[in-house]
Each structure stands twice: as C-alpha cells, then as structure tokens.
Design a protein around this ligand. Structure first.
Ligand code: PLP
Length: 471
C-alpha cells in the first residue's frame, strides 16, 4: 500500500507523465479505437484480495485504460462541445483532490464557500449579469436547469408542491425543439409530466419565434393551464442557435413566467463584450447557466448558475436536519441549500486558478482566436466545390456537409455519415454530427484549449482527403 514516501515518489513520476502526455497528445488516436467489451475483457473480473504494487496498477492504466480513452484534450478534438481542461485547471484539481474536502456548508470549509462567492462576483460584471443577481457553482448544466425549473415550480405554486405534492398537472413549460434534452429530463423529473413541455416553433436560424411562443401561452391560459417557465437557449447544442432573450423576457414578465437561460456552451462567449447582446434584456430573466467545463478551460465538472432571486432557490431546496445546524447559519452562504446534492466538491479552486493564470484578457484572446479559426474554416468550406455550410455559423461551430448535386438527399445523408466515420476512425481528428432541416451535417467545433490554426488546416485537408476516397 502506498505510504507517504512512496506517494511522494509516484506523484512526482505522475506529474512528469502528465506533462509528457500533454506534450505528445497528438500521437494518440483522438477517438478511442476500442470495440465494445474490449476493455472489460482485459481486466480481472474480481478485485484483488491483497494490495498491489502501484507500478502494476499504473502499467494497467497505460496499457489497458489509456487506449480505451477518447482524448478530449487533443487539439484535434472537434466533436460535441469541448470538455476543456488547461494546465492551471489540472493543478487546481490536484489540490482539490489532495484536500479532499466536502464543501456542503460554510463550516465544512469556509474558504471553499467564500471563493465560490467570489468567483460569481468576478464573473458577473464581465459577463454582463445584473449586479443584483447571485449564484453558485454546480456540477452540470442539467442539475442547474433542474434546480431552476423546480424553483420555478415552487414559486408558481406558492411553495405548495414541495409540501403537498402535485394535485394537478396543469403547469406548462416551454422551449424550442432545438433545446437540449436536459430540459425534457428536468420537466419529467420535477413531476410536471413530459406532455407539459411545449415545444415552440423556430425560425430559419432555429431560434424561438417569440410570436409563436406568445400564441402558445395565450392558448394554454385559455385552456386552464398555468404557464410556469420558459427555457431560452443561448447556443443550442446542434447549431448554437440563440433564442431572442429580450423579446422572450418581456413576455415572461408580462405573464409572470420564470425565464431560465441555458447558455451551457455559448455562455463563455459572454466573457467578450461583443457578445453581450446575446443576453440583452436579461433583467427580465430569472436564471442562467453556463459551463466553464465546456469552453472556459476548466476541467469537468464546473457549472456556473446565476440566479436573480436567491430566496426562490433556497426556499425550494432548504432542509435542515439537526446535524447540519450551525451557529453561523444566516450569516454565511451554506451552498447545500442551493441545489439538489448535499455534498459539494471544491470546484471554485480550479476556476480561480484558471482565471488568474490566463487573466481575463488571456481568456478573451483565446476565445477570439477560436472564433477566428472557425471563421477561416467556414470560408474554406464555402469556397470549396462540393461542400456547403448548412446554416450560418455562430461563434466557433460550423455545420457543413459534402454535397454533390447529382445525389438524392437520402444518398447525401448516407455519404456524409460515411465521411464522418472515415474521419473518426482515422484517429487523426474527431467530429460529431447533427441534422439541420433533415440534412445530415458534420459539426466542427473549434474550442479546444490549446488548438492552433495548423490543426484546423490539418482537419480540413483530412476531410477533403477522406471525401475523395468515398466518392
Ligand atoms: N445545455 C446545452 C445547450 C448543452 O449543449 C448541454 C450539453 O452539451 C447541456 C445543457 C448539458 O450539459 P451538462 O453535461 O453540463 O449537464
């Protein structure tokens, strides 16, 4: 078993391994090339009765686990949304693991609670979040959205569902068909019933049409439903569509509806003043979530949840068993009252490290570089014969496809799926796909922390080369 001396030795070796790994990350296939069951087959079915040497454990990590990993930190990773890390973030995470604190209440680690509060206060003015809002750090956007919609439910029902359960299923929730599945999940879990999530029609850029939303709200009121919350997306998962927050906000105010903004990925762009218009009218909203663990260089998990009315949140989630009663209650922030889990990791530490190491200007520079690379990539696709950008790109996401006018739409969809598989099985790059108005499209996301222009040039060459072998 490791003791302090051997821990020190192994930890030193591991840090060297980690630095080498980042230096050589492009030598690994971006997407794991393992087939189903392969990892399991290589591992013993039962745990060891006696402790094993760390060198043996680590050898298995390198030989069995590592090939089964997809490398999200590779600059050739362009799939989904990034799950970024960075050097300062890793160092912060190492310390968080070393301290191993469970930061459920202020007393269980005052610094964790106060640093969390500071991070919210640092981010608010930069991201143009109203000064009278507050917030906390949660694990995922899914959890924060669930907390928002449960708070909306409680506020709308005068805190009665928490007490008495549902006596009707008349509450209505609204979002577009493009919003993330975490909204569907939250509405299901909070007990309103999946059928009470109303999908609002979208325009040609896949953003909510405010007039359509209002028609649906009015119809629901006439039919005896109770409009409870709207989720506006600032950056949908498929194409980064941005719902019109200002118009939706006015409507929510008029009809007394909670407005939650899901800015999970694109929220990081609010670090740049030129994108503050995404949340024009935010003063009429109630909450906003974004994930520094996607595009803001802070490793998973780290989710910032801003909220206008702290009381709506704490009145909903507060439960006070005897063992959690403290003498500081009321004077400090006990974040266990701010969401579903009791236990909380010290996530603020790595975010603090990242912000201090990059500096705000360093973060902004990197974000603008990513957006610039995406602009360049979009131009190459537009210029190239046989390719098209399927929808105007927003920020650093470009949805595109191979097109050959002789082919039917069905054949084109098949061909583009084959193209994606060929790119990903090469191990040279990893992209994912979406469907835009029925068109199977490749989705190129350029947001990995250390990506450079040369990587984008490489992927563009790879795409063209793979396409030429398929057609
Ligand atoms: N909202 C949007 C727009 C997303 O794209 C995602 C995930 O990609 C989520 C929410 C869920 O994020 P999380 O994994 O933090 O729950």
């Amino acid at each position: 078993m490791l003791d302090n001396k051997s821990f020190r030795e192994e930890a030193h070796k591991l840090v060297d391994w980690m630095a080498d790994f980042y230096e050589n990350i492009e030598k690994y296939p971006v997407k794991s090339q393992m087939s189903p069951g392969e990892v399991l087959q290589k591992l013993p079915r039962h745990p060891p009765a006696q402790g094993e040497d760390f060198s043996k454990i680590f050898a298995d990590f390198e030989n069995i686990i590592l090939p089964g990993m997809t490398h999200w930190q590779s600059p050739n990773f362009h799939a989904y949304f990034p799950g970024n890390s960075s050097y300062p973030s890793v160092l912060g995470e190492m310390l968080t693991a070393t301290l191993g604190a469970q930061c459920m209440i202020w007393e269980t680690s005052p610094a964790a609670a106060e640093l969390e509060e500071l991070m919210i206060n640092w981010l608010k003015p930069i991201m143009n979040i109203p000064d009278n809002w507050t917030g906390c750090i949660q694990d995922t956007a899914s959890t924060a959205t669930l907390a928002a919609l449960i708070s909306a439910r409680e506020k709308k029902t005068d805190w009665s569902v928490n007490k008495n359960g549902f006596d009707s299923n008349k509450l209505r929730f609204y979002c577009s068909s493009e919003t993330h599945s975490s909204i569907d999940k939250a509405v299901k879990i909070l007990g309103a019933g999946a059928g009470n999530l109303v999908k609002v029609p979208v325009d040609e850029r896949l953003a909510i049409i405010p007039g359509k939303l209002e028609e649906l709200i009015i119809k629901d009121l006439e039919d005896g439903y109770v409009p409870c919350a709207v989720v506006a997306a600032v950056g949908t998962t498929g194409t980064l569509a941005v719902d019109p927050v200002d118009a939706i906000g006015h409507m929510c105010k008029q009809y007394d509806i909670w407005l939650h903004i899901d800015a999970a990925y694109a929220g990081t762009a609010l670090m740049l003043p030129e994108y503050h218009h995404f949340i024009d009218g935010i003063s009429n909203a109630d909450s906003l979530v974004f994930n520094p663990h996607k595009w803001m260089f802070t490793n998973f998990d780290c989710t910032v949840y801003f909220i206008k009315d702290e009381k709506a949140l704490t009145n909903t989630f507060e439960i006070l068993p005897e063992y959690l009663k403290t003498s500081t209650r009321g004077q400090v922030k006990d974040y266990r009252d701010w969401g579903v889990p009791l236990g909380r990791r010290f996530r603020a530490l790595k975010l603090w490290f990242v912000i201090r190491d990059f500096g705000i200007e360093g973060i902004q520079k990197r974000l603008r570089e990513h957006i610039g690379y995406a602009d360049w990539f979009g131009q190459q696709v537009t210029k190239a014969k046989d390719y098209e950008v399927v929808i105007d790109p927003i920020l650093n996401v470009v949805c595109f496809r191979y097109v050959n006018t002789d082919m039917s739409e069905e054949k084109l969809n098949e061909l583009n799926a084959e193209l994606l598989a060929a790119i990903n099985s090469s191990g040279e790059a990893y992209l994912s796909h979406t469907k835009v108005n029925g068109k199977y499209s490749l989705r190129m996301v350029i947001g990995q922390t250390y990506v450079q222009k040369k990587h984008i040039e490489k992927v563009w060459n790879l795409i063209q080369q793979k396409a030429s072998t398929l057609t």
